[in-house]
Design a protein around this ligand. Sequence first.
Ligand code: UD1
Ligand code: CA
Length: 453
Amino acid sequence: MTLAAIILAAGKGTRMKSALPKVLHPIAGKPMVAHVVAAARALDPGSITVVYGHGGDQVRDTLADDSLGWALQAEQLGTGHAVAQAMPSVAEETVLILYGDVPLIRPETLRAFVDRVDPQTLALMTLTMDDPSGYGRIIRDADGRVQRIVEQKDASDAEKAVKEINTGILACSRAFLDQALPRLSSNNAQGEYYLTDIIAMAVEDGLAVEAMQPEHAWEVDGVNDRVQLARLERIYQQVQAERLMRGGATVLDPARLDLRGDISCGSDVVLDVNVVLAGTVRIGNNVHIGANCHITDADIDDGAVIAPNSVIEGARVGAGCQVGPFARLRPGTDLAAGAKVGNFVETKKAVVGEGSKINHLTYIGDATIGKDVNVGAGTITCNYDGVNKFQTVMEDGAFIGSNSSLVAPVTVGRNATVGAGSTVTRDVAEDELAVARGKQRNIGGWKRPQKKD
Ligand code: UD1
Ligand code: CA
């Protein structure tokens, strides 16, 4: 059967106390509604329609690339009214209803859930809770068959004692929704069109209502304020850390690792505390990442060591490289196997050959460095004249003395040497020594200035 997903996201989210719409608040760096879209997308539905509200243009703009359908619900008249706004854009046979503020629902759960739906069966995601207050309660008959849902504000004391609640996630045939939604009324404690009233209608129409509970309660947890947001963030991170550990990575403290993207890890990787991995990060085998490293969109090959407090973005780190502590690799950095980039070194658009060393206090930008080059402490590539960027080339075996400035465009040839403290403005040919600094004068008998009385 063809499937349509409808994501409800028109609620105001007042309790977030934020100018940002609630569903755009991130979990693991990604808007929570985008997590819901991804879970729905995994079922390969024919359409996904997001119901958005007043000021929800920001939501549309943020998800513009996602090929979603949009339905405006200008006034929040209830969940039933919200679903009705999306129905004109639904042509599929089965409809799955999700909440934009319930971000951790897993595709596996949704797949099993949707599989229960047929023209005669409506599926309802429920949860048994110790403290059900605030939620709609699932009312069953003496044989345990679901009869209806009663909202907290409309419930009798006996109904309030029921611990099985409605999560809001529901799936049924479009045909049933098409005839049930127009029958909803707002004659209830909140004056809203409750989607939940369709359960009693389904029973009346002779449909079976199948309740299913998720494997983990957190899958159906909603976010209403920033405390709940932080709680779901921690749950998400714990799950991700466990995934890496099961895959063969040692995580020294799963509570102090944050994964914000698409992260893959080989075996025998060690991740020390306070590591943040974001974007697309691929880590090979036997990689060690020290404490407080922030790594975004990077490839780190087997055996590399990233020492503490390093920041890496848009870079490749080859096998067996050593980076840091306190290194900053910016986009376009490509370190070949065995290269070393040490403390207080910044690189940008820098291709570094095998075994080359840039160990201390250096800036390398727009540069190509060959094999076994030694870049001394304090070397600066002067790549920018205020308008344009220029290239610096250091060929295989070059040796750059400490505290040198290489004014690009410039090439230091194979096995050439630059004397310490040089400002190099012209190319240095193979095997040459370039010394470009003031000549030292020593003045004998020098008297220092004296203090006046
Ligand atoms: C709803 C359910 C309740 C369930 C609870 C689970 C109804 C009537 N009640 O209650 O049984 O236990 O969720 O959290 O369905 N929304 C819109 N437009 C609206 C109203 C809501 O898009 O006019 C969206 C919200 O953005 C949110 C979701 O629907 O994503 C649920 O809305 P919320 O107000 O939280 O529903 P509850 O009253 O808590
Ligand atoms: Ca709610």
